[in-house]
Design a protein around this ligand. Structure first.
Ligand SMILES: Nc1nc2c(ncn2[C@@H]2O[C@H](COP(=O)(O)OP(=O)(O)O)[C@@H](O)[C@H]2O)c(=O)[nH]1
Ligand SMILES: [Mg+2]
Length: 446
């Protein structure tokens, strides 16, 4: 698959030379390749179409950056869109298992999806997280899976292997047993009760009904759907059935170490719009990772190498932009084109603060509000600049009223936005000239 990306995209796109923007025609075949890659990864058809449309919209009209080849740049667009798509339900930097003790966490899913195994992984994970902060977590594993006689024994063995408490309820009715497990956990002063439930081979009404009753009595703080990544297309029907009948907070995707390419994560993000918290990557308690959209994206696009490719591409963009700025500053003049790449570079640097701090007299006088305004402004400016022709960016003096009107329309901006941009640009021009007189910006480009 990686070959498909690097060589096929390359062959398809890099032969197109002399173009400064990505056009619809240039990427037609490449988009077809993306489509097949997704279908091969078991992403449902309508999700594929939606995604491909999104990529096309993003890519068409993009400036080719410096020495980057169209193919490389296109891969980066596909990769970034994919990460965005997969991670859209995620709140960044949030602990997926933020709980207030005492808490109950429940898992649900079909038989064989990996519920019991996932519980041992969750216990292991929580212990590890607590240990990092010098704490100890008291955890109890218990089960209300009464349909398979060996299921509860399996949980007992796992509890022992990760060193947490295990409890076997004497109740024979599922709902009473669930309640008994919670009572027992409270009695023993347990912080987290991890409760296992029964699955069936197929989604079935009575299972969902029973599960709903269990959820109603134990009132879990987190309920997790365990989804087997190998289920492919079918998994969406499963997820929706559980969501509709019982409801859950997020998913754990199991067996991602298998041949499954991650299409399930894709479909889940699109259709269920809830976060995937973890992925299972093996059978042992330690074989669970937090969900990282980048990893799934690389998996779909092809085994790991894409990430390093994307990093290389990013590095290259930075070098190109830096070079163009350096040239501009040396010459002591800049064009709107330089200005555009400067904007891009600034927003990638994240904060203008770090630059400003180096300028004499600017100190720490930048407030978060100013930063926010600057970022909004730079977004607007970028839209305006990308609606200009290259000629206009190189010779901004040709921007007359009718050109400005056309650009404003294209960028969803007003004429006064354009005038503001031009004023700022001329300010930068003066600044660059001044810097040149002062002996250059050596320390920025060291
Ligand atoms: N390779 C692999 N196997 C897994 C993973 N999670 C579960 N399994 C295996 O899948 C089978 C079913 O798991 P189990 O937890 O018993 O499923 P349950 O019926 O939902 O409780 C077992 O053989 C597990 O070892 C995983 O992430 N990777
Ligand atoms: Mg089980």
């Amino acid at each position: 698959m990686f070959d498909f990306l690097s060589s096929k995209f390359g062959a398809l796109l890099n032969k197109v030379t002399g173009q400064s923007v990505i056009s619809k025609n240039t990427i037609k075949e490449a988009l077809q390749e993306v489509r097949s890659a997704l279908i091969e990864a078991d992403v449902p058809f309508e999700v594929v179409e939606q995604f491909v449309g999104q990529v096309e919209e993003k890519a068409v009209g993009q400036q080719l950056k410096g020495s980057l080849k169209a193919g490389d740049q296109f891969i980066k667009i596909v990769h970034d869109e994919m990460v965005e798509f997969l991670g859209s339900a995620h709140k960044k930097d949030q602990d997926p298992l933020a709980l207030t003790f005492p808490a109950t966490v429940i898992v649900m899913g079909l038989q064989g999806s990996g519920k019991t195994t996932t519980l041992s992984k969750l216990a292991f994970y929580m212990q590890k997280q607590a240990k990092k902060r010098g704490k100890k977590r008291s955890i109890m594993l218990a089960s209300v899976d009464f349909y398979r006689p060996a299921a509860i024994d399996q949980l007992e063995v796992l509890a022992k292997s990760v060193g947490v408490t295990f409890y076997r309820s004497p109740e024979s009715d599922v709902v009473s047993a669930a309640k008994d497990c919670v009572d027992q956990a409270r009695k023993q002063g347990i912080q987290v009760l991890l409760l296992d439930t029964a699955g069936r081979l197929h989604v079935d009404e009575s299972m969902l009904e029973e599960l709903k009753q269990v959820v109603d009595v134990v009132k879990p703080q987190k309920s997790l759907l365990v989804l087997d990544a190998m289920t492919g297309q079918e998994s969406m029907r499963i997820a929706q059935a559980f969501d509709k009948a019982v409801g859950f907070d997020g998913a754990v995707l199991s067996k991602v170490d298998s041949d499954a390419r991650g299409g399930v994560a894709f479909a889940f993000a699109y259709q269920v719009k809830k976060p995937v918290y973890f992925v299972g990557v093996g059978e042992r308690p330690e074989d669970m990772d937090e969900f990282r959209p980048e990893r799934i994206a690389s998996r779909i696009l092809g085994k790991g190498d894409v990430v390093s490719l994307v990093e290389k591409v990013e590095e290259k963009i930075k070098v190109d932009e830096r070079k163009s700025m350096e040239r501009a500053y040396r010459k002591g003049t800049i064009t709107l084109e330089d200005f555009a790449s400067q904007l891009g570079m600034m927003s990638r640097l994240g904060s203008m603060n770090s630059i400003m701090k180096h300028l004499p007299g600017m100190g720490q006088s930048i407030t978060p509000e100013m930063m926010e305004r600057a970022e909004l402004e730079s977004k607007k400016f970028k839209a305006i600049l990308s609606s200009m022709t290259r000629k206009e960016r190189l010779y901004h003096k040709i921007l007359n009223t009718s050109r400005k009107r056309r650009i404003a329309n294209g960028a969803g901006a007003t004429k006064s936005d354009i005038d503001l941009l031009l004023r700022k640009f001329e300010e930068s021009q003066r600044f660059v000239k001044l810097l040149k007189r002062m002996g250059g910006l050596g320390k920025f480009f060291g």
